[in-house]
Ligand binder design. Structure first.
Ligand code: ADP
Length: 276
C-alpha cells in the first residue's frame, strides 16, 4: 500500500529538535511520506543560543507550495509560519490541495524566547487557519491568545478556551496543558464540539524537551493521514511524544531535544483518558 503523503509548512530548526526537522522525523516514525515547504530558517547564536529567525522570500515559498501541492498531500500540517502573509499562503495551499486533513500548530513564540513573533499573526491565524483546521494544537499560552481569555491556569479555563476556539471554526481542539500547567501529570484537553476529554500521562523530566510541541502535532497529522479518528490520533500522538520527552537528551549547555524515535525504539507510554 502506498504511503500517505504528509506535508508540513514550517520553519527549519537548525538544531533539529523542533520545526520541520521534528516533523519529518515524526512522519517517518509513523510510516508516512513526509514533505516540506519551508517558510523560515531559525539559527542560534553558539555563545548564547539566542534565536534568529530568517524568513525565506515569499516567491520561494510559493514555488515550494506549488511543487508540494502538485504531488497531492493527503494531509497538511502548519508549524511556525512567522508572518500574516505566510499564514495566508498556507491557507491558500490547503484550499488548493484538495486535502481534507489540516492540522494547525499555532506556534507563536520560539521555545526559549518570550516574545510573541508578531501579534498580527494571532489575528491572521484566527481568520485564515482556524476555520479550516481539522485539529488545532495550541499550548496554554496560545490557547489563551486564540480564545481571547488570556492566561489559563486550570482545566476549567482550558475547557472554556477550547469552546471559544471551536466557535472560531476549528473542528477538533487539543489544548496542551503539558509543561505549563502546574500539576503532577501532563494533561491535555481534547474537545470535539460536544465532549471534553482529559488525556494524561506521567510527567517526565522537562529539561530536555525541545521539539515536544512540533512532534505532538506532527504525530497527530500522520495518525490522521493513516486513517485514525481525531480522538485516536491525538491519544496516540500524546503517547508518542511522552516517550520522546522521557527520553530527551542534553545536546549542549542550552538545549536538549526530545528523542523522536523513542516510542518505536525504546518504550511505549500509556495515556489515560476521562471525560471531564
Ligand atoms: P509546546 O512545545 O507547544 O509548548 P508542550 O511541550 O507543552 O507544547 O506539549 C507538547 C506535548 O508534550 C503535550 O502532549 C504535553 O502534554 C506533553 N508534555 C509536555 N511536557 C511534558 C512532560 N514533562 N512530561 C510528559 N509530557 C509532557
Amino acid at each position: 500500500m502506498a504511503l500517505k503523503k504528509v506535508l508540513t509548512i514550517a520553519g527549519s530548526d537548525t538544531s533539529a529538535g523542533a520545526g520541520m526537522q521534528a516533523d519529518l522525523k515524526t512522519f517517518q516514525e509513523h510510516d508516512t511520506y513526509g514533505m516540506v515547504a519551508l517558510a523560515a530558517v531559525v539559527t542560534m547564536d553558539p555563545q548564547t543560543w539566542a534565536h534568529d529567525v530568517t524568513p525565506l522570500p515569499l516567491d520561494l515559498l510559493d514555488k515550494q507550495l506549488n511543487t508540494a501541492i502538485s504531488i497531492g498531500p493527503d494531509a497538511i500540517k502548519t508549524g511556525m509560519l512567522g508572518s500574516e502573509e505566510v499564514i495566508k499562503r498556507a491557507r491558500q495551499a490547503y484550499d488548493e490541495s484538495g486535502s481534507e486533513i489540516f492540522v494547525v500548530d499555532p506556534v507563536m513564540v520560539c521555545k526559549g524566547e518570550d516574545e510573541v513573533l508578531n501579534p498580527g499573526n494571532t489575528e491572521a491565524m484566527i481568520k485564515e487557519l482556524l476555520p479550516k483546521a481539522t485539529v488545532v494544537t495550541p499550548n496554554l499560552f496560545e490557547a489563551g491568545q486564540l480564545s481571547g481569555l488570556g492566561k489559563l491556569t486550570s482545566i476549567d479555563d482550558m475547557k472554556k478556551a477550547a469552546e471559544k476556539i471551536h466557535e472560531l471554526g476549528a473542528q477538533y481542539i487539543v489544548i496542551k496543558g503539558g509543561k505549563a500547567l502546574e500539576s503532577d501529570k501532563a494533561y491535555d484537553l481534547y474537545y470535539d464540539g460536544q465532549k471534553h476529554i482529559l488525556l494524561s500521562t506521567d510527567k517526565f523530566q522537562s529539561s530536555y524537551n525541545h521539539g515536544a510541541g512540533c512532534t505532538f502535532a506532527a504525530a497527530t497529522t500522520a495518525n490522521l493521514a493513516n486513517g485514525e479518528t481525531p480522538e485516536e490520533a491525538i491519544k496516540h500522538a500524546k503517547a508518542f511524544v511522552a516517550s520522546a520527552i522521557k527520553n530527551g537528551w542534553k545536546m549542549n549547555d542550552f538545549v536538549g531535544p526530545v528523542d523522536h524515535g523513542a516510542s518505536n525504539r525504546i518504550e511505549k507510554i500509556e495515556v489515560y483518558t476521562e471525560e471531564v
